[in-house]
Design a protein. Structure first.
Length: 407
């Protein structure tokens, strides 16, 4: 059937649309350089021209059942698509509680964009659309820090002379070229991670300008579309929900805003080269760095107090051949793993390498009320350490040294 006659046929609108689609598909196959809209527009123009010629050829007495009446009834359904004029405003919502899974992720911020308050009106040959761009910044932090211990302050009650240096090192941000990122090995600052994630929300809203740049992208995206005159509601619904709909699967226009935000954020760059991450880590570092310094200061104060207490109690031990800090800690503190406490009290005597101690050195031994008193020196066995003990001692010292180098 000729397409112009098809578009004029009375009372067969649905089947006509199917036949129009089939005709357009054939025309596209014949002229691949033309787009769907171009082919359809050409067919509609031909139909309207043919309809106008048919009305001129028919007598004026045709009052109802004739061909021109059919054209008058069907023609409005096939008007040219209408341009859109969009007025967009933006609102921000920041909310916590985003579930965090996996110990490798301490915090996350998930931005989504959607539209609320959408309304439209046809004015002459345009569709005037109003909507609110809803910018939802959902953030969260790991509930347990992935097994790391939160350090709420520099004088937290679990900080001791044995662990304060490790805590401070874990919290102190890397001074590399642009990382400003704490190692967070065993310890973390929940406050710093929260500030990091909230910076992402502030940055996207203020620095990128979701309320300005996002609005511009949304408006231009709407205005790049044309709306069928016979299905304005359906076309707008498609733009808002195409691809699934909902905040996790935004429609076509919301995805355009997300893509613009991602481009600003630099998602194509390596993670720590992204401008948004650099800024967020700097905000976290503004909390972590002074917190690490406070931990160090508190730890050093604890060391001074422990030295004074050890001297007052006469807790001084003279190193003999075969000694290691591990073995001395076993004797005095109940566990070789507590050798660090002896080292930090005697750093001036031992130096930075805890594996290098020498017979005759006098070492202060921390007072630990929770540990049993060691045997009196005269009660220690006079026999030399046997070869198996010495091998274990050397192995323990070597392992500790490797761990410190890799830390």
């Amino acid at each position: 059937m000729d397409i112009t006659r098809l578009l004029q046929r009375k009372g067969a609108r649905h089947s006509s649309r199917q036949e129009v689609a089939a005709t357009v598909k054939r025309r596209l196959a014949q002229t691949p350089e033309r787009s769907y809209d171009e082919v359809l527009a050409g067919l509609r123009t031909a139909a309207r021209r043919n309809a106008a010629e048919s009305r001129r050829d028919e007598p004026d007495s045709n009052e109802g059942g004739g061909e021109s009446a059919a054209v008058d009834e069907v023609a409005p359904e096939h008007q040219p698509p209408l341009p859109v004029v969009a007025a967009i405003t933006a609102e921000q919502r920041v909310r916590g509680g985003l579930p965090i899974k996996g110990d490798g992720v301490l915090g996350q911020m998930d931005p989504t964009f959607s539209f609320t308050g959408v309304s439209h009106a046809r004015e002459e040959d345009e569709v005037h659309l109003t909507a609110t761009l809803h910018c939802d910044y959902h953030w969260g932090v790991h509930p347990t820090g992935g097994g790391r211990k939160d350090v709420p302050s520099g004088n937290a009650d679990f900080i001791t002379i044995e662990n304060y240096e490790r805590i401070a090192d874990a919290l102190d941000p890397d001074l590399g070229p642009h990382t400003n990122r704490a190692s967070l090995e065993g310890y973390w600052s929940r406050a710093a991670v929260e500030a990091h994630e909230l910076e992402h929300a502030r940055d996207d809203w203020a620095d990128w300008g979701a309320q300005n740049e996002g609005v511009r992208v949304a408006r231009e995206s709407f205005e790049s579309e044309t709306i069928p005159a016979d299905d304005i509601d359906g076309a707008i619904d498609t733009l808002l929900t195409e691809g699934g709909g909902g905040p996790r699967h935004p429609g076509k226009i919301a995805r355009a805003v997300m893509a613009a935000s991602d481009e600003h954020y630099g998602v194509s760059l390596p993670y720590m080269d992204r401008p948004g991450e650099i800024k967020a880590h700097a905000v976290g570092a503004s909390i972590e760095r002074p917190l690490a310094a406070a931990v160090r200061a508190h730890g050093e104060q604890l060391v001074q107090e422990a030295r004074a207490a050890a001297r007052a109690a006469g807790r001084v031990y003279t190193v003999v051949a075969g000694d290691t800090l591990w073995r001395i800690a076993e004797r005095f503190l109940g566990s070789g793993k507590r050798w660090r406490g002896i080292h930090v009290l005697n750093r001036d005597e031992i130096g930075s390498n805890p594996d290098l101690i020498h017979p005759g050195q006098q070492l202060l031994i921390p007072i630990d009320p929770a540990s049993p008193e060691p045997q009196a020196k005269e009660d220690w066995p006079e026999t030399a350490i046997d070869d198996s003990d010495r091998a274990q001692q050397d192995e323990d010292s070597t392992v500790d040294a490797i761990v410190r180098l890799l830390r």
